[in-house]
Design a protein around this ligand. Structure first.
Ligand SMILES: CC(C)(COP(=O)(O)OP(=O)(O)OC[C@H]1O[C@@H](n2cnc3c(N)ncnc32)[C@H](O)[C@@H]1OP(=O)(O)O)[C@@H](O)C(=O)NCCC(=O)NCCS
Length: 173
């Protein structure tokens, strides 16, 4: 990744379902593992993350990895498998749009919380002033996760909540 964090920078670790996960930034050498991660998600998880059904993730991953204003954080198992990803993609106005997904078998075990803390740290370090994302009103897990980190619902975009984190003032829990 060309972005503002060094490739493979370790931001923490987290044990979930008996597996010790490394929380680190991702870069171009993670391309295949990232594509495998997204393609192994269920349709439901893909839909709640992207609000669309997507089958082939090569274009998405390539655009992410080539974007110099994007920072990607992964949760990686000891065998190299990626089990969770959080991203912040910078916009023209000093903010960044974020998205997060965790493999179903690891959901509800704190991986989203670990990735949330890491992407907020990475986004702050990149100098983004605000991080925002879109969440379906029915997505209780994502909503609770965002609230834990001090997000505010700032409006609706089509049928989605727009949530924002003020990186200048917000503190992680
Ligand atoms: C949203 C998501 C990333 C959360 O990751 P996770 O690893 O399951 O999250 P955690 O285990 O750290 O839990 C985070 C919070 O959500 C709550 N939560 C997790 N799963 C939940 C569920 N199925 N129902 C209700 N709350 C849930 C947890 O209780 C926790 O809140 P708490 O600490 O106040 O108890 C994950 O569910 C996911 O990948 N969902 C599909 C993609 C998506 O919705 N992305 C968000 C839109 S971009």
């Amino acid at each position: 990744m060309a972005g503002c964090r060094r490739c493979g920078e370790v931001l923490g670790s987290h044990t979930a379902r008996g597996v010790r996960l490394l929380i680190r930034t991702a870069c171009s050498r993670d391309r295949e593992a990232l594509i495998r991660f997204y393609e192994s998600l269920s349709r439901e998880t893909v839909y709640t993350r992207f609000f669309a059904i997507i089958r082939y993730f090569d274009p998405y991953v390539d655009s992410l990895l080539r974007n110099s204003r994007a920072v990607v954080v992964v949760a990686e198992a000891p065998d190299g498998r990626i089990v969770g990803v959080a991203e912040a993609v910078g916009d023209e106005g000093g903010g960044a749009e974020s998205g997060i997904a965790v493999l179903e078998e690891f959901q509800g075990a704190g991986v989203g919380t670990a990735l949330g803390a890491a992407i907020l740290e990475a986004a702050r370090a990149c100098g983004f002033r605000r991080l925002y994302g879109y969440v379906m009103p029915s997505n209780v897990a994502a909503y609770r996760l965002a609230l834990k980190f001090g997000a505010r619902v700032v409006g609706m975009y089509e049928s989605l909540y727009r949530i924002e984190f003020d990186l200048a003032e917000g503190e992680d829990p």
